[in-house]
Design a protein around this ligand. Structure first.
Ligand SMILES: Cc1cc2nc3c(=O)[nH]c(=O)nc-3n(C[C@H](O)[C@H](O)[C@H](O)COP(=O)(O)O)c2cc1C
Length: 311
């Protein structure tokens, strides 16, 4: 309970004290942010995407500020599975919030191997499959744009994870996200998270060069919130009818408690805060507190707010 209303939610097989999670790639492995917010301020976090081997990612510059947002072409730089298990997960497992591990493979077999290893860890509450990264050549969005591939990756991960909830992170870089969401649900995902970043680019007119070394990257931040809301609303509506047991986790441009509320109203069971943590490392905690204040004002629990859009 927070400020008189119940903020607890159950999403994708995970119980959260409040519906706000920190988003993958914007919150490190959690510990980096521990000086800035109380561990109980948020429902939990999603780690930076973990791959089988360490990755250096793309060459710099790989981050650019844009109007109402930012572009990134990090290319999934991460410490790799072994280092994550040895040095990142033990700290995370001792924290009160939920630990969702975002993972990335270059093939179905790699997704399955990661799901098996990470799913066997008691400190991991759920797995989030990144089938939607716009900044890598192998795997990434190539999987996430085809319902058949989303279904295959999801099914392999669900089997390998041996009962641990699997969430699938979907791309907005498609005309219609519903076939991908339905394929993930059909294959046993307990939630779909959307949206990942929008494929975009920026040019320096003085040099006539792209601002990112990778030329293209992913757009995030307030600029993408209307796209995220639209996709969450569409997908939540379709899942409610065809796979009512599968939840939607909403993200994209959440900077305030009312932004988070909009995603819940659109049909998300929980939300993730990404780019906002770059402008203020305490943002996710502030947003959770603002959401609780909004729910109190509306006299609605977080769960009641979900899918409460009036049409
Ligand atoms: C620098 C950066 C790194 C990211 N890394 C990952 C990642 O490793 N895995 C993933 O699924 N999403 C990753 N994302 C996408 C975010 O989790 C999120 O989906 C996206 O930024 C939209 O939310 P936002 O507007 O709140 O940032 C990354 C985003 C940024 C800005």
């Amino acid at each position: 309970m927070s400020a008189g209303v119940d903020m607890a939610v159950s999403v994708g097989g995970v119980a959260l004290a409040n519906p706000v999670l920190a988003a993958s790639g914007t919150f490190g492995y959690g510990r980096e942010y521990s000086p800035y917010l109380e561990p109980t301020a948020i429902g939990g976090l999603v780690t930076k995407g973990v791959s089988l081997r360490p990755r250096e990612g793309n060459p710099p510059p790989r981050i650019v500020e844009t109007a109402c947002g930012m572009l990134n072409a990090i290319g999934l730089a991460n410490v790799g599975l072994e280092e994550f298990l040895a040095h990142k997960l033990p700290w995370l497992a001792g924290q009160p919030g939920a630990v969702v591990v975002n993972l990335y493979g270059e093939s179905v077999e790699e997704f399955a191997e990661l799901a098996a290893r990470l799913g066997a860890e008691p400190g991991v509450d759920a797995l989030e499959l990144n089938v939607s990264c716009p900044n890598v050549k192998e795997g990434g969005m190539a999987f996430g744009c085809h319902p058949g591939a989303v279904g295959e990756v999801t099914q392999a991960a669900v089997r390998a994870a041996a009962g641990k909830p699997v969430w699938v992170k979907l791309t907005p870089n498609v005309t219609d996200p519903m076939p991908m969401a339905l394929a993930a649900a059909q294959a046993g995902a307990q939630a779909v998270s959307l949206i990942n970043t929008l494929l975009a680019m920026a040019i320096d007119p003085q040099t006539r060069r792209p601002r990112l070394a990778n030329v293209v990257g992913g757009l995030s931040g307030p600029a993408i919130k209307p796209v995220g809301l639209r996709m969450v609303w569409q997908v939540a509506g379709a899942l409610k009818i065809q796979h009512p047991q599968v939840d939607v986790v909403g993200l994209g441009g959440i900077m305030s408690g009312t932004d988070a509320a909009e995603y819940l109203i659109a049909g998300a069971k929980a939300v993730q805060v990404g780019t906002a943590s770059f402008t203020d490392p305490a943002a996710a905690g502030r947003i959770a507190a603002e959401l609780a204040a909004y729910c109190t004002e509306q006299k609605m629990s977080a769960a009641e707010l979900c899918g409460s859009l009036r049409l």
